[in-house]
Structure formats: structure tokens, C-alpha cells
Design a protein. Structure first.
Length: 411
């Protein structure tokens, strides 16, 4: 029995392995950390240094000059603390109501360290008050309007501050006990009933005292002996303690911060509000940031060619775009794309300018009609006609455009 072998099976074409697109590298936390760790380190360092510099306390703690709470060189905390140790009760007065209460109190010394900063209306109201019995008012470096309000008849003369100690040359007990003191500032020409001390020349005096009953007003030409920096020089301390320690209660004038408008002398620019250490700190941080930029900056090397993950043929791109047009029924858009490409190629073959876009329709149709020997109306319909209504019309349009381009290229 003869056995016939079955015919060999037709070998099926081997399927080509699908080319998978190149894997996109995933961004992980580790990658982000490696990329941003130096930037984060620099930012945290800047924040830490800024917080440390901002935390350095200032010397004055926000208090101004001639303030009994200020420990700066122009503050008066040293004199205030010495007076408190000798039994004097000290407090500050900033608002008008507080100054009114202080001036009306008995057995009280009121120090107006900045009388020229008081508004004119407030100054007039304070001067019109009936001051308390056995009281003393000390005016420090007052200008002429202040003198006219509290001690009319006394004239002031402005002069440069002189730190030379001056003998008192008067019978005022506080000045006699203190001896020579640094009263070289503004000088005054007192009235006949006043007692003047510390002469500046022939008739000008650095300290003037006026007494009316149990009320006394003392005009001092400079704040120099009151300050922390000069209290311990010459007879300054004895003079200040004698002037301010005559009563058991002492009231210091301080700036009124509730009005929202700072006096002209206390208005500071932006640069003055910045602490001294911030300028050097900012410069050092800028240099550190510049060095970090130079260190971590990416240098541009030579241009390198990079292999593409996949090579796509032009025919596949054309087919893919055609499928998208077909799926979206975009025959008008497809026809316009074909016509635009045909117009540009035909214009190049005919020598027409088209660098800025489509060539001129009239020039293109006339040149093509002259080359092909066809009516210009037919070419106008072919190149600029309406969109095809179906797929068959789109195919005919593509064939006609291709044939027209072939004819135009013929010599």
C-alpha cells in the first residue's frame, strides 16, 4: 500500500516583531533629589543665615534718642536708673493727655526732651495749663516757639555743639554743686528776672532758670550731658541728677507713636531702617550665590548627534495622515493641503516668487495656462476650486494635480 505524503504546508510569512516605542524615563524621587539637592541646600542655608541675622537684637530695642528706656549712646537710661536708685519714681509720657496729667501733678519734674516735635496747637494747650504746685519743667534744647510758649522773654541763639566743660558762674544750687559741665550747645539771652548759668561769651548762657512761686522752668541748651555716652564726664552727672532729682516723681517725654505720623527728625529712609549687619550679610550671600552658580553652571560642549529611537518612512507618515483625514471626513482640508503643495511646486517650476506663502493666483494660472496650452479657467478650477464632495472626487483631484505638475515640469 502506497502512502501519499501530504503536501507540505505553505509557510506563513514570519511576522515582524513590532517595534515598541522607546521607553520614556520615569521621574522618581531619587532623580528629583539628585537634581535639586544642591539648590535646596543653598536655599536652606540662605534661610538659616537670614533667620540668624534677623534674630540679632539691636541696641536700642526700637527706642529713640533721649529715651529713658534706651541704652544707646544717645539714650538716657543711665541717668534714669541712677535717679530711681535714689528714690525717684520715673515714667514716660507720650500722648497729650499723659503730658497734661504730668504737668498738673504736684511735686513732679517733667522733662520735655523733644519739645520742638510737639504740634503748635498741642504746644499752646500745654503752655496754657496751670501747672502743679512745687513742680519743675525742664526744656531741653527748645527752639524759639517753645520758649515763646513756656518762657516768654527768653531768646535763643543757635551754635555748634562744643564739648568743652564750662564753669557755671551763677548761684543756682544745682549748677554750683555740679561745677563745670558740658553745656556747649544752644545759648539763650535771659530776661531780667531769670537766673543764667554756663556763659557763652558776654551775655549768652547755656542754662536759664525761671521761678514763679513754687513752679520752676529750666531751659537747657543741649541734651549732651543727659546722654549715656557723656553722663560720666566732668560735672554732667551731678548737674543732671540735681535738675531731675528735685522731686520724687519724674516724667520723661517720649515720641507719640499713636498718631501714625513720625516727626521730621525721626523719619528714616529705607537704608537707615536696615540694620548695620545686613549690608555685609547680603554682600556675602550674593558672593556665595555667585560662586555656587559658577560651580554648578552647565558648560556647553560640542554638538553631538543623537540616534533617534525609531525611523519612520515618509510613506507611512503620508498614509497615517490620510487615514486621519479619512476618519474625520476632512476632505476639504485634505484637498486644500494637496492644492497648496501643488501650487508651490508649480510656481517653483514656472519661476514665480512664492517665498512669503502661496504665489499670486492670477500670475500662477496665466503662467501655467501659457505653459500647458490649457484655458486659465480650467487651471483656476483645479488649483483654487471648491472642496470635493466625496472620496472619489478627492482621488480625481489628486490625480489631476499630479498630472498638471508633471506637465509643468516638462521642458
Amino acid at each position: 500500500m502506497t502512502t501519499t505524503a501530504p503536501p507540505p504546508a505553505t509557510a506563513e510569512p514570519a511576522e515582524q516583531p513590532a517595534v515598541e516605542p522607546a521607553a520614556v524615563p520615569r521621574t522618581t524621587l531619587r532623580t528629583l533629589w539628585r537634581r535639586w539637592r544642591w539648590r535646596l541646600l543653598v536655599g536652606l542655608t540662605l534661610l538659616l543665615v537670614g533667620a540668624m541675622v534677623a534674630g540679632i537684637p539691636g541696641n536700642s530695642n526700637g527706642y529713640g534718642p533721649f529715651d529713658p528706656r534706651s541704652g544707646d549712646v544717645d539714650g538716657t537710661r543711665a541717668a534714669d536708673q541712677i535717679l530711681q536708685r535714689h528714690g525717684v519714681t520715673s515714667r514716660t509720657a507720650a500722648t497729650e493727655s499723659e503730658l497734661v496729667a504730668a504737668l498738673r501733678a504736684d511735686d513732679t519734674t517733667v522733662v520735655l526732651g523733644r519739645p520742638d516735635q510737639l504740634p503748635h496747637q498741642e504746644l499752646a494747650r500745654l503752655a496754657a495749663l496751670t501747672r502743679g504746685a512745687n513742680s519743675r519743667l525742664v526744656l531741653v534744647a527748645p527752639d524759639q516757639p517753645v520758649l515763646n510758649a513756656f518762657t516768654p522773654g527768653i531768646s535763643t541763639y543757635y551754635s555748634a555743639i562744643d564739648t568743652t566743660a564750662v564753669p557755671p558762674a551763677c548761684t543756682l544750687p544745682e549748677a554750683v554743686n555740679a561745677g563745670a559741665a558740658q553745656l556747649g550747645g544752644q545759648s539763650y539771652d535771659p530776661a531780667a528776672r531769670d537766673v543764667g548759668c554756663y556763659p557763652h561769651g558776654s551775655s549768652r548762657l547755656g542754662l536759664v532758670s525761671r521761678t514763679a512761686g513754687t513752679q520752676q522752668v529750666i531751659v537747657v541748651g543741649t541734651e549732651w550731658p543727659f546722654t549715656n555716652a557723656h553722663l560720666d564726664q566732668d560735672g554732667n552727672a551731678a548737674l543732671v541728677l540735681g535738675l531731675l532729682g528735685a522731686h520724687h516723681r519724674l516724667v520723661w517725654q517720649t515720641p507719640d507713636l499713636t498718631t501714625g505720623v513720625a516727626p521730621a527728625e525721626q523719619r528714616k529712609s529705607f537704608d537707615e531702617l536696615i540694620p548695620d549687619g545686613w549690608n555685609w550679610g547680603a554682600l556675602q550671600l550674593f558672593l556665595a550665590a555667585l560662586l555656587a552658580v559658577v560651580w554648578r553652571a552647565r558648560r556647553l560642549g560640542p554638538v553631538l548627534s543623537e540616534r533617534l529611537p525609531a525611523v519612520v518612512r515618509a510613506s507611512e507618515t503620508t498614509e497615517g495622515r490620510a487615514r486621519l483625514y479619512h476618519r474625520a471626513n476632512a476632505r476639504g482640508h485634505a484637498a486644500e493641503t494637496l492644492r497648496r503643495a501643488a501650487r508651490r511646486r508649480a510656481a517653483a517650476a514656472l519661476g514665480l516668487p512664492h517665498t512669503s506663502g502661496d504665489p499670486d493666483p492670477a500670475a500662477l494660472t496665466e503662467a501655467a495656462a501659457a505653459r500647458l496650452g490649457r484655458p486659465a479657467a480650467d487651471l483656476q478650477q483645479l488649483l483654487y476650486g471648491p472642496a470635493p464632495t466625496d472620496d472619489a472626487a478627492l482621488l480625481r483631484l489628486a490625480d489631476d494635480l499630479d498630472y498638471m505638475e508633471w506637465q509643468v515640469r516638462q521642458p
